[in-house]
Design a protein around this ligand. Structure first.
Ligand code: SF4
Ligand code: SF4
Ligand code: SF4
Length: 231
């Protein structure tokens, strides 16, 4: 709606309260190779059953990381809300890891980024899963002009991820769909959340919370946009 793709009066929003998504990887690690025959959620307990074992763990201990920080388990805009009420998350510093990352030198950050992105196989599952990546032609598929090479070279992969992260600036709601979709386990949210934090600090905007706030990348204010890139 904010990006003028649908008009509010043309949609009926049925929102489902969300208690969080269980992290399949964490559950698999917990099972240590044992085969699962059944998984049941009862209240806040996850019951895992297999041949000769049954384990019970609190759901909250195996939630996806983005769910731990979710600022809106209760829908912010809806005509109808369904599902049981969700307990508010404990107040935590959602950017603690980003602040640690910011303490690194530019060279160390670049090294971390390069190592992480080296794993990318350019399947584009992250982009395809992203609710904000709905362009009819993505820049990576454009041939005229060709913005980025189509191969497997590290610079092309880096370029793809830097540009995509910037395309989500001020728009990414940290749903985590990109990271969940990645078959290579790349920590894409380190990029998108770093930009999310910068946008919040520089412009005060938070995607998904205020439909009337101006979009960060489509707004220019001479007093706020100081052109200071030294930080
Ligand atoms: S976390 Fe952000 S970039 Fe990733 S899929 Fe969700 S909206 Fe897109
Ligand atoms: S990466 Fe950029 S160009 Fe490609 S679909 Fe997403 S927003 Fe559009
Ligand atoms: S989903 Fe993962 S491997 Fe595929 S393009 Fe995105 S980052 Fe690369």
């Amino acid at each position: 709606m904010k990006e003028k793709q649908v008009a509010r009066e043309n949609v009926v929003i049925i929102a489902v309260r969300c208690g969080g998504i269980l992290d399949r990887k964490q559950v698999e690690d917990m099972l240590k190779g044992r085969a699962l025959t059944d998984a049941i959620v009862e209240g806040d307990t996850l019951i895992l059953k297999g041949d000769g074992f049954e384990e019970r763990v609190p759901c909250s201990s195996v939630l996806r990381e983005e769910c731990l920080y979710c600022a809106a388990p209760e829908p912010v805009e809806a005509d109808h809300v369904v599902g049981p009420e969700v307990k508010p998350r404990p107040a935590e510093d959602e950017y603690a890891d980003i602040k640690e990352f910011e303490k690194k030198s530019p060279e160390e950050r670049w090294q971390w980024f390069s190592q992480e992105i080296e794993k990318c196989i350019r399947c584009y599952a992250c982009r395809n899963a992203c609710p904000m990546c709905y362009c009819s032609e993505c820049f990576v598929e454009s041939n005229d002009p060709e913005w980025v090479g189509k191969g497997d070279d590290l610079p092309d992969k880096q370029f793809f991820h830097i540009i995509r992260a910037f395309h989500t600036a001020g728009r990414c709601v940290d749903c985590g769909a990109c990271e969940r979709a990645c078959p290579m386990g790349i920590k894409l949210r380190m990029l998108t959340r770093k930009i999310q934090k910068d946008v919040k600090e520089l412009f005060g905007g938070e995607a998904g919370k205020d439909p009337d706030s101006p979009p960060a990348l489509a707004t220019f204010e001479p007093k706020k946009d100081t052109d200071d890139f030294t930080g």
